[in-house]
Every structure is written in C-alpha cells, then in structure tokens.
Design a protein around this ligand. Sequence first.
Ligand code: SF4
Ligand code: SF4
Ligand code: SF4
Length: 345
Amino acid sequence: MDGRHIQTVDGNTVLNVARQNRIYIPTLCYHPKTRQAGKCRMCVVEVERMPGLQTACSLAAREGMVIHTSTQRVVETRKMIVELLLANGKHNCIACEANGACELQEVAYRLGIEKPSFPIAERDMPVDTSCPMIIRDMNKCIHCYRCVNGCNNIVVNEVLEMGYRGSRMTVVCDTDKPMGESSCVVCGECVQLCPTGALVEKKAMGKGREWDTNQTRTTCPYCGVGCQIRLHVRDNEIIKVTGEENVEPNFGTLCVKGRFGYDFVHSPHRLRKPLLRKNGRLEEVSWDAALDFTAEKLLEIKKTSGPGSIVGIGCARSTNESNYVMMKFMRAVVGTNNVDHCART
Ligand code: SF4
Ligand code: SF4
Ligand code: SF4
C-alpha cells in the first residue's frame, strides 16, 4: 500500500489495513459500528490489475494486492464527491452546531475545498424540531445511511428509513412523521452516528463548540449496566453526553436517560444537606444529627418489632462497594436478610 509492504490477515478490509497502518483514507458513510457501507465512495483507492476505482471499506485485502490511496485520480474523485455533497445540501458551517465535529467539513478541509466549483442547488426543507431532544435538519443530510443502520440494526427500534427518490430523497421517521410524533424512543443512537449537523442534540445547541469543551470519560449513573459515557463540559457545566465508542459494555449506545438525562447534576433542587422532619416541616440538619436520629430509630424498631421488620433497598446509582457495605450493614449489624435492590423492583 502506497509503496509499503504490509502484512494483514486474509479478508481484512483495505480500509482497516490502511487505518491500522496510519494511512489516511477518508470516509463518510463508513462507521465501525455500522461497518461496510460503500455508499459515499469517499474511500476509493486504485488497485493495480483491478478495473476502475475500488471502495476500500468493502474491498477485502488479498495476498499480493498493490494499492494506491492518494493518486491524482483518487483525489480528484474524492473532491468531486465532496463538492457534489456540499452543492446539494445547505451547508453554512459558521452557524452549524456540528462545526468542528463534522466529518464532511473535515474531509473538505483535508482536500482543500473552500466551496463547490459549480452552482449550489440549495435544499430548503423544514427543520424538524418536534422531538424534545433531537433536531433534524435534512438540508445537511448526506444520505450516508448511518442513522438508518443504527436505528434498525443496532438499537433495533426500526423508526428511520430512507424515503422519497432522486433530489427529494431524505431520511424519514415511520411513515414520514415528525420525529416527535413518531415511534422514536429518543435513544440518540442516530445522533451519535450522524457524521454531519443533520442530527444534533437540542439541549446542546449554542452551548459550545467541540474545541470549547473539556471531555471526560465516566460511568453512567443511572443503572447497574455501567455504560461508558463522555461528558462534554464547558465552564463547569455539562452541555452534552455521548456514548463512549469502542468500549464495553455499550460501545457508544445509550438509553434516553443516560444520553439526555444529565440536567439533575446542575439542579438547584438537589439535596445537598440531610433534612429531618420536625413539627411537620423538613429542616436542614448536620450529618451527625441525621445519622444519630436514623440509628436511634433503627434500634427502636429492632427492639420493639425485631430485625425482620427492617428492610434494606440498595440503589442502582450507587457503586458496587456502597451496595456491598449496605448489604453487610443489614446482615451483620441490623441482623436481617431482608436486602434487595431497586433495579429488581
Ligand atoms: S453539516 Fe458539516 S459541512 Fe454542513 S454546515 Fe454543518 S459543519 Fe458545515
Ligand atoms: S433516537 Fe433512537 S429510536 Fe429515535 S430515530 Fe434515533 S436511533 Fe431511532
Ligand atoms: S441524517 Fe446524518 S446519519 Fe442519517 S443519512 Fe443523513 S447524514 Fe447520514
């Protein structure tokens, strides 16, 4: 490949071989989760003794192949594809939420394209804002099918499909309903997979560019699955959550709570101090006072009604260690086996 002798396993795609050896081949429709796509043709390469240009994402590497990834013919073809995509959409990067995180913009930058060299047939489709969490602007859609594959084959919610034909072709929800009225469960898989600004997180709009944010990998606090998430933080505020790609257990996929339910972190209504009810009103108290009161009540109940009248419910948002300590406390200190977990109830 490009004059280098490379060894790989039989059947590995040419694209994988290139990436494993740090050779740049641009892609738009390919994503490691939705895999071989062969739709956008951005990844074309020249292979000696093979006719025409070949798509690297769908071509299996074979013994003795001689591959050229950046000949003039290849680069000109890629430029033409990007120019056609730019000319057939409505792309204003300055105002676009995806600016800085857009794969189409990145490829155009790498190929040195400032604007298409032919007239722009700007699309003017209404932007779908009906979903509480996702904005769909099909004027920026490049028909890569990543969202369609993700919705149908990864999360298997079967909401998205490509509808209409020719220049009217677009991604539709169910029978072309607004997303907010469709059977969409708002998992956000399609947003995570979209390479452009066609699908974006509504709550993150205008809150910060990719380069403005600090990103931290952490574990979703909602349930015991332990999905790996990435917090996008600007000025100490979480502005977006994405699934962490390529790691277990979720490989980037999240549910609606994990992806969009992060506002509680900054809620002014969060309990920050223990509260005790006194004369019918909740009042702030110290941790010592709250723990003393709880211990007194538990002892009283144990004495009057026995340890079997006390139940401990573990919390799915707590760590394994905290749940283990709670279980030990109930069995060894309180003296009951009445231990359960909210994820089972
Ligand atoms: S989708 Fe990408 S190329 Fe299109 S306007 Fe947004 S950032 Fe620019
Ligand atoms: S949010 Fe989830 S269910 Fe809704 S369209 Fe996207 S992938 Fe499908
Ligand atoms: S909405 Fe995004 S992911 Fe879906 S086809 Fe269009 S560009 Fe691709």
